[in-house]
Design a protein around this ligand. Sequence first.
Ligand code: BT5
Length: 334
Amino acid sequence: MKYLVLAALRDSMPGYLSGETLSGQLKVTRTSVWKCINELRQEGYEIDSVSRRGYRLLSEPDTMNSYVLSAELGTGIIGKNIQYFDEVDSTNARAKAIASESADGTVVVAGRQTSGRGRLGRNWESPEGTGIYLSVIIKPDIPPEEVQLITLAASVAVVGAFKEAAGIDAGIKWPNDIVLDGKKVCGILTEMSSEMERVNHIVLGIGINFSQKQEDFPEELHDKAVSIVHYLLKTKPSAVVCRKSVLARAVLVKLDGLYKMLLDGKKQEIIDLWKSMSATLGRDVKATGRDASYTGKAIDITGDGRLVIMCEDGTRRELLSGEVSVRGLLGYSP
Ligand code: BT5
């Protein structure tokens, strides 16, 4: 009910809306309108009240609840169902637990994570309020070997959202890091449940550093991590920074577009977009695989998302997963 009150206040901005009109519109008593107003105020909405004129919305907090994220999102699949939690262990873990009974495109979002996860058992720093932590459950009809395309599509979506919502040009380090100024601003964790021939579901986890200061990161990340707000303050001090929720919504909208492209079979278009945003191709890289490590130049991406490396000894290798360091990025400078 309180969000219906909020929606009505929004519609009447910048004017006042009387308690009487509100109670008539929503068919509730004036006391329950008043209770809703108080609850909204407790959530950080600034609402002015003047006798005989009513209520007026002055400002909104940068909250990330499901109402704020989903209101008029306009997506086809992603975010039709959004579940918000103030705190979870990991949005990926939570999404995996509900994946089989959830609709395609269901999103799990959290205000903070107590055990945010990276790849290969690594962790993702997820402090309260300063980051975006979300996981999307998707159920595409693709063979398991094409799942890497999902990570690439998600990277393209995030870079597109950064541009649209914050005016920032970020780059993608293959396969799952979004970088600004050589530092990591976002990480993507793609986890899959599949059979031999068929994907059951994929959980796509996206963690974005939004407003952490450099000293908020643990010491080992000081020269490897950055947040949107502090990158903007450094590079464009006069820029108006968007709200965290606006950026999160932009990610969902872009993801919806990229997911549709994937379902329509436009794989090459996704790869081409990825290439245009790449901070990996054409650069010296060091790959660390299960059995060997080698250095060379990253020259291409294959149709299923493998990184093609021309090695120093003249051999051409394709990497599906594993670790790649790009010279000049994230502290790698041998
Ligand atoms: C990733 O792993 O980059 C994937 C991160 C995915 C996080 C999201 S948040 C929502 C969803 N729920 C989850 O539980 N996870 C996903 P990887 O490439 O393995 O990178 C992990 C490494 O990045 C760590 O070992 C640190 O070195 C570094 N790192 C950790 N936290 C960071 C942060 N906040 N910003 C930048 N770097 C970080």
